[in-house]
Design a protein around this ligand. Structure first.
Ligand SMILES: Cc1cc2nc3c(=O)[nH]c(=O)nc-3n(C[C@H](O)[C@H](O)[C@H](O)COP(=O)(O)OP(=O)(O)OC[C@H]3O[C@@H](n4cnc5c(N)ncnc54)[C@H](O)[C@@H]3O)c2cc1C
Length: 491
């Protein structure tokens, strides 16, 4: 039994199915993908969430487990450049797999930083190989398991922040931004997340950045097909309201309709804090009690505006990061002060740059994303949303998309309220618990529940964390902690 058809839940279902489990997946949404679902509106196709596909082999493995090739079902296209960063002064930086191209840009932008850039890339590779490769798909059961990374913590200065480490290698503020913004993609604060996350720069270079033709949601659809072909069942538009128990052992789930589904094991892909607080009674929660959940740090949230236009901007790349003038201050407003800053940094997604099928002929489909504080702030999104959207539209009109205001033909937006009320994430956090050292590995809710037997957790709120490769890794960890179906049947 899997609660939630996000990427973590889908990955878990495929892996359990391949090991002989008969799997039922229940999700309150109308289709698969969770944050990574897709939707159509007025002839335009939108990805709701993830757009940057890294570590493609994590997806490929799931098809291989079913004796298939992913490329026969969901073709991936390698992106070059990976993305364009536009700084407040108008200068640009294209991230790419091509080392020469990247070094040439650094040399032009800040010649004195070139040697530091090269040394940084070596550091990023070291963290990738000696930390990420070692720990991303293994369970952390006891505090002693942390010893695996203690040496590396010192060796790679994992006790520093991402921005802190980057700043030791390069001096140019634009390069510091280009190398340090990545934690934002997984809900982390570059000024607080461990320097271990500096691995992302090398991970992108090593495996490339990819796009799934038809949008990321096509991968979710493909995984749902694999589950059905294995004999599994997906039930949509159904809410799980409780994990049923016999003593401290999970026995299945109760749905909002009152019906129960019995199960040998329960895997929750719902937000981990929600799973503990709302789906389980307080008396079984020894570790993840209300006090601990109250004290936890929750990741930032997001404002996303999806829009289709009646014309195209061919010069706008597939992925653009538009940095605002104030980087540190903006991040402090989002994570620390928890106020809606008057300024923003934006991520603009234009899949039609690669894939014309995402919009009617001659048109563009976009989304623009702005990181915002979660609902621990006082922002009233019912009033703030439309003015905020207009401010973003204005910024785009005056920068990348002149003529935008007269060309928007379809539009939809989501605010932190969507993450709280539809995706059931406490405080509308976009990425579960914030990725800081004290909430990572052993300190994050574990993949095999510490509190309830027969309950397992996958997805952004458990180890290793948010982002598509990480949530697929959480599903892979189940292979190490869930007993074989036959073994379970004998008990
Ligand atoms: C706008 C946005 C952009 C992003 N961009 C990227 C990117 O480019 N690259 C990248 O790698 N990552 C990106 N991420 C992060 C990534 O999308 C997420 O970390 C990942 O998709 C989360 O997957 P998950 O397995 O945790 O499940 P989720 O996607 O969170 O899905 C959980 C599912 O559980 C269901 N559920 C919850 N509670 C219940 C219940 N009680 N009953 C029934 N169903 C329930 C929900 O409906 C949902 O479908 C982005 C995230 C967002 C929001």
């Amino acid at each position: 039994m899997v609660i939630g058809a996000g990427f973590g839940g889908l990955g878990a279902a495929v892996r359990l199915g391949a090991r002989g489990y008969r799997v039922t997946v229940v999700d309150r949404l109308a289709g698969p993908g969770g944050r990574g679902r897709g939707f159509q509106q007025d002839g335009y196709t939108f990805d709701a969430g993830p757009t940057i596909v890294t570590a493609p082999q994590m997806f490929e493995e799931l098809w291989e487990l079913c004796g298939k090739k992913m490329s026969d079902h969901v073709p991936l296209v390698a992106m070059d450049p990976f993305y364009r960063v536009i700084f407040a002064d108008g200068s640009t930086f294209d991230a790419s797999q091509d080392t020469d191209k990247v070094r040439a840009q650094v040399a032009k932008m800040a010649p004195n930083d070139l040697a530091g850039w090269d040394r940084y890339m070596t550091r990023s590779e070291g963290i990738f190989r000696d930390v990420y490769q070692k720990v991303h798909d293994i369970p952390f059961r006891t505090i002693w398991d942390m010893s695996i990374i203690m040496n590396e913590l010192i060796r790679f200065e994992g006790y520093r922040t991402v921005y802190g480490l980057v700043s030791r290698f390069v001096k140019d503020e634009r390069l510091r931004q280009a190398l340090s913004f990545h934690p934002l993609f997984i809900g982390g604060n570059p000024f607080a997340a461990s320097a271990f996350y500096c691995l992302i720069t090398f991970l992108e270079k090593h495996w490339g950045v990819h796009y799934a033709l038809g949008g990321t949601s096509k991968i979710a659809d493909g995984l749902a097909d694999l589950i059905r072909e294995q004999g599994g069942v997906l039930r949509f538009n159904e809410d799980v309201t409780e994990i049923t128990l016999n003593g401290r052992r999970a026995t299945g789930v109760r749905l909002a309709s009152g019906k129960t589904i019995a199960a040998d094991i329960v895997v929750s892909n719902a937000d981990s804090a929600f799973t503990y607080r709302r789906l389980l009674p307080a008396h079984v929660r020894r570790r993840w009690n209300d006090r601990k959940l109250d004290r936890a740090k929750y990741s930032m949230s997001l404002f996303v505006w999806y829009f289709g236009t009646s014309r195209q901007w061919p010069e706008v790349p597939h992925h653009t990061i538009l940095m605002g003038p104030l980087y540190r201050e903006l991040i402090r407003d989002i994570f620390v002060k928890k106020v809606l800053a008057p300024d923003f940094s934006l991520y603009l997604y234009r899949p039609t740059a690669t894939d014309p099928s995402m919009a009617p002929a001659g048109c563009d489909s976009f989304y623009v994303l702005s990181p915002v504080p979660n609902l621990q702030s006082d922002v009233d999104w019912t009033a703030a949303a439309e003015p905020y959207r207009r401010a973003i539209e204005d910024r785009l009109e005056h920068t990348l998309l002149p003529g935008l205001k007269n060309s928007v033909v379809t539009s939809r937006m989501v605010t932190p309220l969507h993450f709280r009320d539809t995706l059931l994430s406490p405080y509308g956090a976009g990425f579960g618990l914030e990725p800081v050292l004290t909430q990572s590995a052993y300190f994050r809710p574990q993949n095999r529940s510490e509190d309830v037997d027969g309950l397992y957790l996958v997805g952004a709120g458990t180890h290793p964390g948010a982002g598509l490769p990480a949530v697929l890794a959480s599903a892979k960890i189940l292979d190490k902690v869930v007993p074989d179906a036959k073994q379970l049947a004998r008990h």
